[in-house]
Design a protein around this ligand. Structure first.
Ligand SMILES: Cc1ncc(C[n+]2csc(CCOP(=O)(O)OP(=O)(O)O)c2C)c(N)n1
Ligand SMILES: [Mg+2]
Length: 598
């Protein structure tokens, strides 16, 4: 049988090293699905419940493997469903290729069923490369370019394939005017800055007496180098959310997360440093970095577009994190005065104790911080942790002590709800031998994560390690936003928009063949985690948590606090139920007056 365009697409993807595709079928893309079937497992197709989830999976697969993520969907609604997940990949600089179907070439422009102007729709998210195929001989370079541009630019690209084109016989491009003859293969270069720029950076770092570092996702493969440079500079180091596992949390000079979900020692270090070294981070909130002019700055990033964006740096180095830090190290003079670092260590030590106290404060019925606090020492070696967007991201950011060899991620730049379960599924397809844990709010569970449990039920037996746990924070509230409304707007809780139905998540798990565990007793949390980690199948651990525990930034401003005070004084429906500890935590976070100024 002659090779169809669909067959060629599958074969070419295989030549590029693609072995897994996440998606959902439909008649707009049947020509490629038929080819996937005919290719007899050369590429595994992973069926999500919803195309958005497939795109999240492709993004997470790229995050956890460093390879290209690929997702596939039909024309019209299928392609439109992909879009949020594709933005997630784009904003976190992940290489993802979307392959979508389209109506027949002869129908296009005819207000045909399921006809959307897909190149126009995808133009923003996949702007680096989006093309609709029209000719069999064109498809080869469409695939080659889409993949090379995605990998080279660490971004999203898309190919739109009309369904009749997929069925046609494939033709190699003839040797003629107006044809292209593309090839397969790409490996990112090792990028290093100029030697004199490295020296100028080293001069600044050598001059500094109080060096603060901030590392992000770009430093995930540079743990040894970050440690060596930090040791030499006597520096403390904060971690942006996507770089949460770039450094283990048991190092005394690692201050943990930064920003709204960050820690107090990170905040203080940034306010007091005289030199900032930022590595591979697009951390967005400039108000958590030094005040302009306070510190001299050096930044290392692979993307020029991310340089000197949040802080005006003195030296901008375009380079691979590990290689650039290795090249910098011999130019650095070891600091003899360890006073700065000791201070950071002491502050961090106190902060961990504060976190413990906060986690152990009683709540009604369970303090959500305690859920994560109890998990932390139980994290199995090599675990992959994902978090959804919601209040649990605060506890994920602050309360987990990651060790070396663990991985973790969430929807960072897009901060979309609904990513934790598809991320956790992709983690298993990336590393089937690692245990995986997802932290998810009940709102995000209801939005779409619950349906993806069906995907887990479908595939878990194929995973070498069966430990896959989603922990649901059942607080019957869209809590992160409830608190944002209270603190940032001074508004009381608006039940109509914030309250959500109570759903027995653990029983849903049991209904579909997974294990369900329910916990509403803080003293049983440890045992619940132990049971979940020992289970012979994926688990939904549902914890009834208190929505009145504030997931607040380490230092809210005085202005925000005043607004909050007014809210409480006015008619928040939960005023009576507000635990005393909540107000205490907020006050203790603003009281050291020096922090109330931003
Ligand atoms: C797709 C999407 N919609 C809305 C938001 C805004 N948002 C951020 S967190 C949040 C509440 C999440 O509620 P839940 O999942 O129950 O977690 P909780 O904060 O209650 O722990 C909302 C609505 C978002 N980030 N993404
Ligand atoms: Mg909730």
């Amino acid at each position: 049988m002659a090779q169809t365009v669909g067959d060629f697409v599958v074969e070419r993807l295989h030549s590029w090293g693609v072995r897994k595709i996440f998606g959902y079928p439909g008649d707009g893309i049947n020509g490629v699905f038929g080819a996937l079937r005919r290719a007899e497992g050369k590429i595994e197709f992973i069926q999500a419940r919803h195309e958005e989830m497939a795109a999240f999976m492709a993004a997470a697969y790229a995050k956890f493997t460093g390879k290209l993520g690929v997702c596939i969907a039909t024309s019209g609604p299928g392609a439109a469903h992909l879009v949020t997940g594709l933005y997630d990949a784009k904003l976190d600089h992940m290489p993802v290729l979307a392959i979508v179907g389209q109506q027949a070439r002869s129908a296009l422009g005819g207000h045909y069923q399921q006809e959307i102007d897909l190149p126009a729709m995808l133009r923003d998210v996949a702007g680096a490369f989006v093309q609709q195929g029209t000719e069999p001989a064109q498809v080869r370079h469409l695939i080659d370019r889409a993949i090379r541009i995605a990998l080279g630019g660490r971004t999203v690209t898309a190919i739109v394939l009309p369904n009749d084109l997929q069925e046609e016989n494939y033709q190699e491009p003839p040797r003629a005017h107006g044809t292209l003859h593309s090839g397969v293969g790409y490996r990112p270069p090792m990028t290093l800055p100029h030697r004199d720029d490295l020296q100028r950076a080293a001069d600044i770092l050598n001059d500094g007496r109080k060096v603060a570092m901030l590392v992000g996702a770009g430093a995930l493969g540079a743990t040894d180098e970050v440690i060596a440079v930090a040791d030499c500079l006597g520096a403390g180091c904060a971690k942006a959310l996507l770089g949460r596992t770039a450094l283990p949390d048991d190092l005394p000079w690692v201050t943990g997360s930064i920003g709204l979900l960050g820690t107090e020692p990170s905040w203080t270090m940034m306010n007091e440093c005289d030199t900032l070294l930022m590595v591979g981070s697009g951390f967005p909130y400039a108000e958590f970095l030094p005040k302009e002019g306070q510190a001299r700055g050096v930044q290392i990033d692979l993307s020029p577009e991310m340089l000197s964006l949040r802080y005006p740096m003195d030296i901008n180095l375009v380079g691979d994190a590990a290689g650039t830090l290795r090249a910098l190290l011999p130019l650095l003079q070891p600091k003899t005065d360890q006073g700065w670092r000791k201070r950071i260590g002491a502050h961090t030590d106190t902060w961990w104790k504060t976190l413990e106290q906060r986690a152990l404060q009683p709540a009604d019925p369970v303090n959500p911080q305690r859920v994560v606090w109890e998990l932390s020492p139980r994290l199995p070696d090599g675990v992959i942790v994902t978090s959804d967007s919601g209040s649990c991201a605060n506890w994920y950011a602050r309360d987990l002590k990651f060790r070396r060899g663990m991985m973790a991620s969430l929807s960072g730049g897009l901060a979309s709800m609904g990513a934790a379960v598809p991320y956790a599924i992709a983690a298993k397809f990336a590393h089937g031998d690692r245990p995986v844990i997802a932290l998810v709010g009940d709102g995000a569970m209801q939005m779409n994560n619950m349906a993806e449990l069906i995907t887990v039920a479908k595939y878990w037996r194929d995973w070498v390690d069966h430990r896959w746990i989603v922990c649901v924070f059942n607080n019957e509230d869209l809590n992160q936003v409830t608190w944002e409304q209270r603190v940032f707007e001074g508004d009381p809780k608006f039940d109509a928009s914030q309250k959500i139905p109570d759903v027995p998540y653990h029983r849903f798990a049991e209904l579909i063949g997974l294990k369900g565990i329910f916990c509403d007793d803080p003293d049983q949390l440890g045992a619940a985690w132990d049971e979940a980690l020992a289970a012979d199948r994926p688990v939904v651990l549902e914890v009834k948590t208190d929505p009145e525990v504030p997931p607040l930034p380490p230092h809210i401003s005085l202005d925000q606090a005043l607004k909050f005070g007014r809210t409480i004084a006015r008619s928040d429906p939960r005023q009576g139920g507000m635990i005393a500890g909540a107000a205490r935590q907020i006050l203790s976070s603003i009281l050291p007056g020096q922090h109330g100024s931003h």
